[in-house]
Design a protein around this ligand. Sequence first.
Ligand SMILES: [Zn+2]
Length: 173
Amino acid sequence: MGQQQTDPRWNDLIGSRSDERLDRPVAAVALSILGGVFVIISGALIASSGIGAESIVFGPASSAFVSIGVIEAILGLVVSVFGAYLYDATERHVDIGIVIVVFSAFAFVGLGGAALGGLLGVVGGVLAIVYTPAEDRPAPSDSLPRRVCLKCGWLVGPDAKVCPRCGHDFAEI
Ligand SMILES: [Zn+2]
């Protein structure tokens, strides 16, 4: 027994690898950025249609188009920037998700493509709010059968290489 001492570097390797595998709300990030870009584009189109129609038919209404378009573009910019920020600051997903939902909801009231973009943003923001980081979820090993260390009787996760209590190496039967 105990021919092989557990190499501490092996445990370090396992630990650092699981730390690097950080979960990201990819769907929320993608929908928010996509929705935000949709709103920016439609805002730009609305604004440019107002500029193009200036002094022809719409008259004073055209300046309203420009204003609405610029506001839409700003809303879309906020939504897409916060969508990208969500990827970096995933731990603040609730705050960021609320901002995305609020700004997307305003954009949703807008015209044409802004409504579609706003809808995507609202869905992305809601996904961000309800997002559960991997470390908060029950560990996958909880649902799998555990093994008992033959040396000390400790309950060990199914994917453990060595017993965390006594260091018994499971590779040696
Ligand atoms: Zn053990």
